[in-house]
Write a protein that binds this ligand. Structure first.
Ligand SMILES: *[C@@H]1O[C@H](CO)[C@@H](O)[C@H](O)[C@H]1NC(C)=O
Ligand SMILES: *[C@@H]1O[C@H](CO)[C@@H](O)[C@H](O)[C@H]1NC(C)=O
Ligand SMILES: *[C@@H]1O[C@H](CO)[C@@H](O)[C@H](O)[C@H]1NC(C)=O
Ligand SMILES: *[C@@H]1O[C@H](CO)[C@@H](O)[C@H](O)[C@H]1NC(C)=O
Ligand SMILES: *[C@@H]1O[C@H](CO)[C@@H](O)[C@H](O)[C@H]1NC(C)=O
Ligand SMILES: *[C@@H]1O[C@H](CO)[C@@H](O)[C@H](O)[C@H]1NC(C)=O
Ligand SMILES: *[C@@H]1O[C@H](CO)[C@@H](O)[C@H](O)[C@H]1NC(C)=O
Ligand SMILES: *[C@@H]1O[C@H](CO)[C@@H](O)[C@H](O)[C@H]1NC(C)=O
Length: 419
């Protein structure tokens, strides 16, 4: 784990620098008799609340944050905070903790006494979160919108959204959940698939049954785990843009009767199958977005083209175009008919590549053979000479005998010599 080892000291350094920065800022703030964050707070109560974790006083504001009681908003943005401020004001409804260095969100990271009963929108986007532990969002009874996007989430507890009491999970109040671009760099991932980890957190305890909007864009998803959507029956908007989905064959949309928009742009879809198309067609309100997928226009595309020509479900269907095979590239799907859509019977692409491979192997064997011949050239020369000599001897003998046999005058001699 070289990455893990080299990261430790660096993070320590950062924290030290941050602490120093905080001290400097604290000194500056108190000496300038508090002009910035908390308009209605005296500098003594500000210092008291910064030092201890006493119940917050109304009107106070955490260090490095900006608070507006009128707008019920607290912003601690681009401050390199390493933990969630302890003294969040109880009126907070919108909390922005974006652009920080939180790293880990422990259980009950927002649990306060009294609880933050009003907190409805929490934005943790781009705060370098690597780990979100079980029950991190516990005791936030009004939390409707949560944005965890742009964090390299290597560890996402299955009980992130359902609470840490695994045997009993109350429904989560979440309505909108943004998990865009949360895929960690390759070397920080576990054996277990990233898709599986995210899916487990969405499934746990059936807690997200009230969720209406789920964004999972830009996560390198290769597949959508089979039964995730069955646990999210309230979904109205599902965003899977900019992933690597190859097929939807094993995904069931059947029970998402409220689904209104399904974003599948910029994936790796090659074709939609009958089952998928029938399910999408049966949803009453859905709009599907399919742009920028590498559609393969061969005989398997016939059903999809027929469906596209009729359906109103697909938005911008005239823009959909073939990517393969080469001769069909950029042809609009809607303008194809079955006479264009054929499967090359001679060589499917996989076989073509295997022929190329075979050719390379044969060429290599040939080259090695020639090299061996070249290196052995002296021995081979000698061997050739030997053979030639042997042949010559033999041929001469033969020739000699032939001449003898052919010459009637010598026939007697030859028969004598044979004896
Ligand atoms: C946060 O950290 C980055 C790099 O470590 C630094 O460039 C930036 O100035 C810091 N921001 C604040 C508000 O301290
Ligand atoms: C969260 O904050 C980021 C960065 O400011 C912003 O781009 C994003 O739209 C916010 N999320 C929501 C749900 O408003
Ligand atoms: C889990 O919740 C149930 C129901 O509220 C409760 O009876 C049980 O004691 C809780 N378990 C733990 C470990 O907190
Ligand atoms: C990774 O796989 C190895 C063996 O396949 C296993 O021993 C180890 O516990 C796994 N690690 C994680 C984090 O799952
Ligand atoms: C698509 O996803 C990749 C990887 O997650 C990301 O680097 C890239 O910025 C995304 N592109 C867009 C247009 O969002
Ligand atoms: C859809 O819902 C029905 C009834 O609510 C249930 O029996 C079925 O298993 C669900 N199907 C899927 C794929 O979730
Ligand atoms: C797909 O459905 C169409 C029309 O319902 C049918 O003609 C076709 O045979 C089906 N294709 C497959 C592969 O089942
Ligand atoms: C298919 O398209 C070609 C040219 O685009 C046209 O000549 C042909 O009649 C079409 N066939 C059918 C069955 O529509």
């Amino acid at each position: 784990m070289p990455g893990g080892c080299s990261r430790g000291p660096a993070a320590g350094d950062g924290r030290l620098r941050l602490a120093r920065l905080a001290l400097v800022l604290l000194g500056w703030v108190s000496s300038s008799s508090l002009t910035s964050s908390a308009p209605s707070t005296s500098s003594t109560s500000f210092l008291a609340s910064a030092v201890s974790a006493q119940p917050p006083l109304p009107g106070q504001c955490p260090q490095l944050c900006e608070c507006s009681e009128a707008a019920r908003t607290v912003k601690c943005v681009n401050r390199n905070l390493t933990e969630v401020p302890a003294d969040l004001p109880p009126y907070v409804r919108n909390l922005f903790l974006t652009g920080n260095q939180l790293a880990v969100l422990p259980a009950g990271a927002f649990a306060r006494r009294p609880p933050l009963a009003e907190l409805a929108a929490l934005n943790l986007s781009g705060s370098r979160l690597q780990e979100v532990r079980a029950g991190a969002f516990e005791q936030l009874p009004s939390l409707r919108q949560l944005d965890l996007s742009h964090n390299p989430l290597a560890h996402l507890s299955p009980f992130t959204f359902s609470g840490s009491n695994a045997s009993f999970s109350a429904p989560s109040p979440l309505v909108e959940l943004m998990l865009n671009h949360i895929v960690p760099p390759e070397d920080h991932r576990h054996n277990r698939s990233f898709e599986g980890m995210v899916a487990a957190s969405l499934r746990a305890g059936h807690a997200l049954r009230g969720l209406q909007r789920l964004e999972l864009a830009s996560n390198h998803f290769l597949f959508l785990p089979r039964d995730v959507l069955a646990h999210l029956p309230g979904l109205r908007h599902l965003d899977l843009r900019n992933n690597s989905l190859v097929s939807l064959t094993y995904v069931s949309f059947r029970n998402l009767t409220h689904l209104q928009s399904l974003h599948l742009e910029d994936n790796a879809l090659k074709v939609l199958h009958n089952g998928t198309m029938a399910e999408l067609q049966s949803l009453p309100h859905v709009r599907v977005f399919l742009d920028n997928n590498p559609w393969v226009c061969d005989c398997h595309m016939v059903d999809m083209v027929a469906w596209l020509k009729e359906t109103e479900v697909v938005q911008g269907k005239a823009r959909l175009a073939c990517a393969f095979p080469e001769k069909m590239r950029n042809r609009a799907l809607l303008e194809l008919n079955s006479s264009h859509l054929e499967c090359d019977p001679i060589l499917p692409p996989s076989l073509q590549t295997s022929y190329v491979f075979l050719g390379i192997v044969l060429a290599l064997i040939g080259a090695i053979f020639l090299l061996v011949l070249y290196l052995n050239r002296k021995g081979i020369k000698k061997w050739m000479h030997n053979i030639r000599d042997a042949c010559r001897d033999h041929m001469e003998g033969y020739h000699y005998r032939y001449e003898i046999n052919a010459d009637p005058r010598l026939t007697n001699l030859s028969s004598n010599s044979d004896v």
